[in-house]
Design a protein around this ligand. Structure first.
Ligand code: MG
Length: 199
């Protein structure tokens, strides 16, 4: 599969933090603050806690992430890519492990909110979090599209795994070019500008 083939797709599902917005989350520091094990994903660690404790830790996580959201900046090329996709009659949505309030705050702070229809912003509040494929299926169904026309773009293994679990093309974005999880991804890009359809 080539980059040119991928950029002709019509159904684009983006991760948010570290993909459309510049990476700011220090997940190790967040795990430490929340008293969670340092070798497991945060949401899954919280889900394994007793319900009362999980609720309290979740609220603490919401507060930490809200502060991060308020300081969000757009990733280089994000606005250009979204404008090009809209001009090309593509569908665009967000699938994040963050919550709905923080999607709105993040996109607003990063100047990207106006590109999205609110019903295409899918958070951990309404669907099983990535790497579950549910959010991808939900958006493709909503758009009445074909799963073969969809791509999942993100900066973490959760994004790539969600794409793989849904059977869609996974695009791995890493502005540093390290691509730790390159073997699992279909396409690797260092800049969102690489994904702008060539016309
Ligand atoms: Mg991310």
């Amino acid at each position: 599969m080539t980059l040119d083939q991928v950029t002709q797709r019509k159904l684009w599902i983006f991760d948010m933090d570290g993909t459309l917005s510049e990476a700011q989350h220090d997940f190790d520091a967040i795990r430490c603050t929340l008293g969670l094990p340092d070798d497991l994903p945060i949401l899954e660690s919280i889900a394994a806690l007793p319900p009362e404790q999980a609720k309290a830790v979740n609220e603490q996580l919401d507060e930490i992430e809200l502060e991060i959201s308020k300081a969000s900046k757009p990733a280089e090329g994000a606005a250009e890519l979204l404008e090009a996709l809209i001009a090309n009659d593509c569908k665009i949505g967000i699938l994040t492990r963050n919550n709905l309030v923080n999607i709105q705050v993040t996109l607003d702070a990063a100047g990207l909110y106006q590109y999205f229809d609110e019903v295409d912003l899918i958070s951990r509040d309404c669907i099983a979090p990535k790497p579950a494929p549910d959010g991808i299926f939900h958006l493709v169904d909503r758009w009445q599209g074909d799963i073969s026309d969809a791509i999942m773009i993100g900066d973490s293994i959760h994004d790539i795994a969600a794409g793989n679990n849904a059977g869609v093309t996974s695009v791995y974005y890493d502005p540093d070019g390290v691509f730790e999880h390159r073997k699992q991804a279909d396409i690797c890009v260092r800049s969102l500008r690489e994904l702008i359809p060539s016309g």
